[in-house]
Design a binder for this molecule. Structure first.
Ligand SMILES: Cc1ncc(C[n+]2csc(CCOP(=O)(O)OP(=O)(O)O)c2C)c(N)n1
Length: 577
């Protein structure tokens, strides 16, 4: 038995418990509701740092990025009602992305509960698992002596099965109560292995397939799992597509890579997937964005035979009536799949080669003047180290990154893509700041829209305050300014052509704004100006914002607003004839 530590405040024990779980960084915005926990961070400051952010939405996005980068739960501390409300966006993002996270929320003292005391909210109602959108588990720590128990369970719940966020509520009086409770050891999630019978059946299905296709996605991957999955794909010469915003789970330069199965999918890839006779989805939830609104794989019963491999039993059969389900953690899935013996000749070799050729061909787009976003992304790709981390929030601008950037795989470089499958605007800046703080030696590039950027742009101040982007690595945020909530404008032009409503933006001078936060900055209006500006950013020892002016008409990497409007007008005219 461990000897009991001397009595200390529960807030201190809480921070000790985080250290025991291997956490060295927590993000948050302070509140008077958890002063004793903040004091715990002070007490243990040589082992764990508290990164104070400028808005809880930014802090929660940073914790999500931490969860994605480390594979351990990201940690976020916020105060009662207002703080928790702001943090909700990060919680929702972590839920949809299956990112392990623990959000700690300060709560009113126990003897004030249920009076609608100052900032009081019932978080079990607000975020409870019943909402199916915010948290896997919401609990209030019931007494100082039980801090270790709740923290360990929170970590296990966040990591095990389908990973996700957990909320732990901290009554103020609990945090200031002394306790001698011993913290519990580091939690390692249970590993689920696929059943041998199911693996045999998967092999038989592969042997009788003619046009198989593998989709990799979701969370819970580590380097060895990714490597093992790659060997499985090589052994069986499978074309591999990455689920929406999971593009770093497979080497984008690999001969089996077929492209990303997400928004703005390569039409040839969509056609190939529709033609496949067997889809093997590993780790992906197969959400709306990956399935093009449940059409590429028709819900609930796809036309293709479907093998679904997922760590969470509750995900298997939830949307798709798959032909075969395998419940497995990604590490175990990788090992089991790579051990499946493949025949020497596979009838679909040409199909896989063609899939990769389609991907390569999709890297070439029509040139655009004066600013060609494809060239911008390719320039970045050429100049940054292969382990550079790319972050983005939501908006059409991200389509250029997803189409033209060739992500390195997790097993080659660690995670290189931080992007919200929830489509949360504002994710990219905080994720980039978190990545730069957690990996000071790696280069971090954020691509943001003008709308997207200003949702959380205040976190440039957090970067400055905590020295992000001042190590060996570089931190660059690129704002694609088209004076518009362009994505919404695009949908408007398609549905209500010519009737712009609520989607025009009047922007600040982004370069001046960045300088005010202590960043370097430059504005680029034409393709030729980008490379020198980006090279300068890579040479600088401070973070840099590059402000790019893009005509609103250049709405995606495939079409223009004008073309969308014209085809909508023709459609409407044809209907009224
Ligand atoms: C937090 C949040 N609010 C609203 C939306 C709806 N939405 C999706 S894309 C978009 C516009 C994005 O604009 P911008 O960042 O300028 O990028 P663009 O589409 O112009 O490239 C909006 C408002 C969202 N996804 N997330």
């Amino acid at each position: 038995m461990d000897a009991s530590p001397p009595s200390r405040l529960a807030g201190h024990a809480l921070v000790e418990a985080l250290v025991a779980q291997g956490i060295d960084t927590a993000f948050g915005v302070p509140g008077e509701s958890f002063l004793a926990a903040l004091d715990g961070f002070h007490e243990h400051r040589s082992r764990i740092r508290f990164v104070a952010c400028r808005q809880e939405g930014g802090a929660a996005f940073m914790a999500d990025a931490q969860g994605k980068l480390t594979g351990r739960p990201g940690i976020c501390f916020v105060t009662r009602g207002p703080g928790a409300s702001n943090a909700a966006v990060g919680l929702h993002t972590a839920f949809q992305d299956s990112t392990p996270m623990v959000l700690f929320i300060g709560q009113v003292a126990s003897d004030q509960r249920d009076r609608e005391a100052f900032q009081e909210v019932d978080y079990r109602q607000m975020f409870g698992p019943g909402t199916l959108g915010f948290a896997k588990w919401v609990a209030e720590i019931q007494g100082a002596d039980r801090v270790p128990e709740y923290v360990a369970r929170a970590f296990r719940t966040a990591l095990q099965g389908r990973p996700g966020p957990v909320v732990l509520v901290l009554p103020e009086d609990m945090l200031v109560t002394p306790t001698s409770a011993v913290v519990l050891p580091r939690v390692e999630p249970a590993v689920a292995w696929p059943a041998p019978g199911a693996l045999r059946e998967l092999r038989e299905r592969l042997l009788s397939a003619r046009r198989p296709f593998a989709i990799v996605g979701g969370s819970g991957w580590d380097a060895s799992a990714c490597e093992a999955f790659q060997r499985f794909a090589e052994n069986w010469k499978l074309p591999v597509g990455c689920a929406f915003r999971s593009q770093d789970l497979f080497d984008n330069r690999h001969a089996n890579y077929a492209g990303d199965v997400g928004i703005g999918i390569n039409p040839k890839l969509a056609a190939r997937l529709a033609e496949a006779d067997l889809v093997i989805a590993v780790g992906a939830r197969l959400g709306e964005m990956t399935t093009s609104g449940y059409t590429l794989l028709e819900a609930p019963r796809p036309t293709q035979a479907l093998v679904h491999v997922h760590a969470g039993a509750e995900e298997l059969g939830r949307v798709y009536a798959a032909d075969l389900v395998l419940q497995a953690s990604m590490a175990a899935a990788g090992k089991a799949l790579e051990a499946l013996a493949a025949p020497p000749e596979l009838p679909w070799a040409a199909w896989t080669d063609a899939a990769h050729a389609d991907y390569e061909a999709n890297l070439v787009g029509a040139p655009v003047e004066p600013l060609d976003m494809a060239e911008v992304v390719k320039t970045i790709d050429r100049l940054v180290p292969s382990d550079a981390i790319f972050t983005n929030g939501a908006g059409n601008f991200s389509g250029w990154l997803h189409r033209y950037h060739r992500y390195a795989a997790l097993h080659q470089a660690g995670r290189t893509q931080l992007a919200p499958t929830s489509g949360a605007m504002g994710y990219g800046v905080p994720a980039a700041v978190a990545a730069a703080l957690l990996h000071p030696g790696r280069t971090v590039v954020n691509l943001a829209g003008d709308g997207d950027f200003l949702m959380t742009g205040q976190e440039l101040a957090t970067a400055t305050a905590h020295g992000a982007g001042r190590g060996a690595g570089r931190l660059v945020s690129i704002v694609v300014d088209n004076g518009s909530y362009g994505t919404i404008r695009m949908h408007q032009e398609r549905e209500f052509p010519g009737r712009v409503s609520g989607s025009d933006l009047v922007n600040p001078d982004f370069a001046a704004l960045a300088r005010a936060y202590g960043w370097r900055a430059a504005t680029v209006a034409a393709t030729a100006g980008f490379e020198p500006a980006f090279r300068e950013a890579l040479g600088a020892s401070e973070p840099t914002l590059l402000h790019l002016n893009l005509a609103a008409d250049v709405i995606t990497s495939r079409t223009t607003l004008g073309a969308i409007r014209r085809s909508a007008e023709q459609r409407i005219a044809a209907r009224s004839r």
